[in-house]
Design a protein around this ligand. Structure first.
Ligand code: UD1
Ligand code: UDP
Length: 379
């Protein structure tokens, strides 16, 4: 970077979790006088992305608007590649910033690489070691890692994963996870739910324990999800003091199965995806969370809410080690047994319901921006 010139940083993202974790970074970039920031939305998601953009007041420079109902991995890949290539040609950024492990993440990195533009990867180094779990995310993050110049690892565990793969230590920076920056800016002690439907559900069930559920992973579509939902049906019949809120992912393949298995149960509230602000404030009120989400595994330890993860693997061992998160798989019997234990055994519950913070202190975004500026100052 020549002294007076600015570093041109392009931030590309397209799904709900990328937007949540990229939003505080974009804000920090925009507030930095040494940076010229360009925001590109691939819009791999639409409604679920837009609510985050609006909450954090982000105005995109480009919106590829690629989402289609029932889109395929190949379709998303080729759409992003062609459209983003044209924007990179025009803007010629100094560095491309990507986040996480979605198709948007990998393809945006690849598009930048084809222009020999350096890449910064936020949330680098997460691994399960199984390329089909989660699918396709494990491959997406490894492929992105191969192309990356600045690896922003959220934890030491993630850093060690990268070192084992031969990444040079000078290229890895442990920054914490920006998800905590977003969380701390959004959770409020005395939050008032403005969403009428949600406020009514909470009021009507104020004497019951809330089980908050989300599921969406591609490898869980079909039979695994059916088993999870059946397990929940059984639990509700055994524990009359519980109720479920499921803000359904927009994917019709999720909605069809959950509606079929749990739609008849009047203690299950199948609602539209919640905006990020009410969602994290609802998490803080839950008795427990049942989920296959990655981001929720990172947020829940900070809030001290026990999480049962309905997956076979996790790339977030810190949350498991901290005691807040337990990996239970998707088998009906296992899900029923683990839910039963948590609902019956107060000691188990209290051991899990401790607020700990393995993922950051809320300052990760600023660290990332400082590292980027330093890199260009040195050149
Ligand atoms: C994607 C990511 C996954 C991430 C998840 C977060 C890939 C391969 N998958 O999965 O890593 O954990 O986002 O939620 O990148 N839809 C809408 N409106 C929306 C969003 C989705 O209607 O705002 C529907 C569409 O029919 C779309 C479908 O959901 O075709 C699936 O979306 P897609 O982004 O392909 O996959 P996700 O399962 O959301
Ligand atoms: N989330 C949200 N509304 C919801 C469900 C989840 O805003 O109805 C947030 C949640 O707080 C977390 C993120 O979405 O920050 C996780 O996204 P998702 O589970 O879709 O993806 P993953 O993290 O598994 O990639």
């Amino acid at each position: 970077m020549i002294d007076n010139s600015k570093v041109k940083v392009m931030a590309a993202f397209g799904t709900r979790p990328e937007a949540i974790k990229m939003a505080p970074v974009v804000k920090a970039l925009q507030n930095n006088k040494h940076v010229d920031c360009r925001v590109v939305l691939t819009a791999q998601h639409r409604e679920m992305l837009d609510q985050v953009i609006q909450l954090f007041n982000i105005v995109p420079d480009y919106d590829l608007n690629i989402m289609k109902q029932g889109q395929t991995l190949a379709g998303v890949t080729s759409e992003i590649m062609t459209r983003l290539d044209a924007i990179i040609t025009q803007e010629k950024p100094d560095i491309m910033l990507v986040q996480g492990d979605t198709t948007t993440t990998f393809v945006s990195a690849l598009a930048a690489f084809y222009h020999k533009i350096p890449i910064g990867h936020i949330e680098a180094g997460l691994r399960t070691g199984n390329k089909y779990s989660p699918w396709p995310e494990e491959a997406n993050r490894k492929l992105t890692g191969v192309l990356t110049d600045l690896h922003f690892a959220p934890t030491e565990v993630a850093k060690n994963n990268l070192l084992r793969e031969g990444v040079h230590p000078a290229h890895i920076f442990v920054t914490g996870n920006t998800v905590i920056d977003a969380l701390l800016q959004t959770v409020k002690q005395s939050y008032v739910f403005k969403n009428r439907e949600l406020a009514n559900i909470i009021e009507k069930n104020k004497d019951k324990r809330l089980i908050l559920m989300t599921t969406h992973r591609r490898e869980n579509l079909g039979e695994p999800m059916r088993q999870i939902y059946r397990a929940l049906d059984t639990i509700l019949s055994r524990f009359p003091d519980t109720y479920v809120i499921f803000p359904m992912h927009k994917n019709p393949l999720v909605r069809n199965v959950v509606t079929e298995v749990l739609g008849h149960n009047n203690r299950v509230h199948l609602i539209e995806p919640l905006d990020y602000e009410p969602f994290v404030n609802l998490m803080a009120k839950a008795y427990l969370i049942l989920t296959d989400s990655g981001g929720i595994q990172e947020e829940a330890p900070s809030l001290g809410i026990p999480v049962l993860v309905v997956r076979d693997t996790t790339e977030r061992p810190e949350a498991v080690d901290s005691g807040t998160v337990l990996l239970v798989g998707t088998d009906y019997v296992q899900v029923v047994e683990n839910l039963t234990k948590l609902l019956l055994d107060q000691k188990t519950y209290e051991q899990m319901a401790k607020a700990v913070n393995p993922y950051g202190d809320g300052c990760s975004s600023q660290r990332i921006v400082d590292i980027i500026i330093n890199k260009f100052k040195q050149e």
